[in-house]
Ligand binder design. Structure first.
Ligand SMILES: *Cc1c(COP(=O)(O)O)cnc(C)c1O
Length: 427
C-alpha cells in the first residue's frame, strides 16, 4: 500500500494499541493477507494444481504461516530453522519446498525427513545428497539461464550471469539424466531470476523459458517434468506512482505462452507453481514508530524510535518505503525531513529529505509495505532489540504474535554469569 489513504487502520486504533504495546512494532492486517491470497489463487485457478509456496523468509511467523496454510498455500524454506517453523505451523510433505543454496547436510536431512520437495541448487549436490541422505523419488533443479536473461530495474537479485544460484543450461540436462539413472522418478524444474519485479513481461519470459526447457528435456531425454516452479519475485508498488501487477492479466499472459508452445499437448498434466513471498504479506504489514526528536543542522531530521534494525531495506538497498504521519493523511506536505533511527550508521534513514506534513514530537508514523523482509531482517547490531509483531484481526482485535526483545534477550547467549541479565543466571 503506497498511499496515505490506503491504511488498514485508523490513527485512533493505533493510539489505542500503543497503550498496551509500546512503539516501535510491526502490525499485520490479517484480512488483507487473506484476501490477497485468495486473489492470487483465483487468478491462477485455471492452472492445474496451482499453488504458491510462500517464501518463509519474507515473514517467518507461525501465525502468518497458519493463515497462509488455511488459504491453501505451501511454504518455501531455505534453512533448517525455516523448515522447523514450517513443521511447527502444520506443513507436511510436499506442501514444503526446500529451495536452498550452499546447503549443509543436516538441512537436507531435515528436508528429506519432512518429505519436502528438494530443489537442488548445483550439480555437485547430487553426490552430496546421495552421500548424506539418499536419492529421493522426487527432485527439482534450479535453473540459472546466465547470459540468456537480463533483469529489469528494481530487481534485487541482479543479472543471472552474476548470480550464485542454480545450474547452467548444460548442467541441467546432465543433472536430470543423472538423477533418473540413479533412480529418481518424479521431476520438477525451477528458476528464480527476479525479485520485486512489477513488469508482467518478466514472468511471461520466465514462463516461456521454463516451458521451452521442459519440452526440450522431454524431447532429448524422455524425462517428463511434473511441475514447473516459476519462482517468486512478483513485486509490490512501494512508490506512490507505481502500480501493482494485475494478477488476472499475468495469469492470462502465462496461459497464452502455454497455448502458443502447446505445453499441455506435449507435457499433459504439467503443474505450475510459484514461490512468492514479498507480494503475499508485504503490503499488509506496517512498522509503527513514534517521533521522539526533531533536529535542524544543515538539514532537517525527525528522529523516531524505530531504526534500521526494525526495517533494513531503506538502509540496505536505498529502498523507498512510503510513510504516513497518522492523523495527517490529508495535510499538505510543507516540510522536508529525513526520518532517522538511532543507529550509529548514517544509512539508518527511513526517508531522506522527503516532503511531509509538519511532524510534531509524539506523532505516530506508519511505514508502509513492511510486511515482507521487514521484521525478518532484524538484527542486534548497536544493541538494537527486535520489535514486537502484532496481528490485526478483521474485527479490530489485536493479537501479539511475537513479543519485543528485551535487554535480557540481548544477554541470553552470553556465557557471562555475573550479570543480572545473563542467560546463565536466569534461574
Ligand atoms: C526470496 C525467495 C523467494 C521469494 O521472493 P519474493 O521476491 O519475496 O517473492 C522465492 N524463492 C527463493 C528461492 C527465494 O530466495
Amino acid at each position: 500500500m503506497n498511499n496515505d489513504n490506503d491504511l488498514h487502520f485508523t490513527k485512533e486504533q493505533i493510539e489505542k494499541i500503543t497503550e498496551t504495546y509500546s512503539t516501535p512494532f510491526h502490525i499485520y492486517a490479517e484480512e488483507g493477507i487473506r484476501q490477497n491470497a485468495k486473489n492470487l489463487k483465483t487468478a491462477f485457478s485455471s492452472f492445474n494444481g496451482f499453488k504458491n509456496y510462500f517464501a518463509v523468509k519474507a515473514c517467518p511467523n507461525p501465525y502468518i504461516l497458519e493463515i497462509l496454510k488455511e488459504e491453501g498455500m505451501g511454504v518455501d524454506c531455505s534453512s533448517l530453522p525455516e523448515l522447523l517453523l514450517a513443521e511447527a505451523s502444520g506443513f507436511k510433505g510436499e506442501e514444503i519446498m526446500f529451495t536452498s543454496n550452499n546447503t549443509p547436510a543436516n538441512e537436507f536431512q531435515k528436508a528429506a525427513e519432512l518429505g519436502a520437495i528438494i530443489n537442488l541448487d548445483d550439480i555437485t549436490h547430487i553426490p552430496f545428497i546421495e552421500e548424506h541422505i539418499r536419492i529421493p523419488e522426487l527432485i527439482c533443479f534450479r535453473y540459472n539461464p546466465g547470459p540468456l536473461r537480463k533483469t529489469s530495474e528494481g530487481n534485487v537479485i541482479g543479472n543471472p550471469e552474476d548470480a550464485k544460484y542454480g545450474l547452467t543450461r548444460d548442467q541441467i540436462f546432465e543433472a536430470y539424466k543423472t538423477m533418473r539413472d540413479k533412480g529418481s522418478k518424479r521431476f520438477g524444474l525451477h528458476t528464480m531470476v527476479a525479485s520485486n519485479d512489477l513488469n508482467p513481461e518478466t514472468f511471461k519470459e520466465t514462463a516461456s523459458m521454463l516451458f521451452g526447457l521442459a519440452i526440450e528435456i522431454f524431447e532429448k531425454l524422455g524425462i517428463k517434468i511434473e511441475f514447473i516452479n516459476l519462482g517468486g519475485g512478483i513485486g509490490i508498488p512501494y512508490k506512490p506512482e507505481q502500480k501493482e501487477i494485475n494478477l488476472v492479466e499475468l495469469a492470462e499472459k502465462i496461459k497464452a505462452v502455454i497455448d502458443e508452445k502447446k505445453v499441455f499437448e506435449k507435457l499433459p498434466g504439467l503443474k505450475i507453481v510459484m514461490e512468492n513471498g514479498r507480494m503475499i504479506t508485504g503490503p499488509f504489514g506496517y512498522l509503527i514508530t513514534r517521533a521522539i526528536h526533531e533536529k535542524h543542522i544543515y538539514k532537517g531530521y525527525i528522529g523516531v524510535d524505530a531504526s534500521m534494525a526494525n526495517l533494513m531495506r531503506p538502509g540496505m538497498y536505498g529502498a523507498y518505503h512510503h510513510i504516513t504521519v497518522l492523523g495527517k493523511e490529508n495535510a499538505m506536505a510543507t516540510k522536508t525531513y529525513s526520518i532517522v533511527g538511532s543507529l550509529c550508521e548514517n544509512n539508518d534513514m527511513f526517508a531522506i529529505q522527503r516532503k511531509f506534513p509538519e511532524i510534531k514530537i509524539g506523532d505516530l508514523l506508519a511505514i508502509h509495505n513492511a510486511g515482507a523482509h521487514g521484521h525478518a531482517m532484524g538484527f542486534n547490531y548497536n544493541g538494537k532489540l527486535r520489535s514486537a509483531e502484532l496481528l490485526l484481526r478483521k474485527n479490530g482485535e489485536v493479537k501479539l504474535i511475537r513479543r519485543a526483545e528485551t535487554e535480557k534477550d540481548y544477554f541470553l547467549t552470553l556465557d557471562f554469569p555475573d550479570s543480572e541479565y545473563s542467560g546463565l543466571s536466569r534461574d
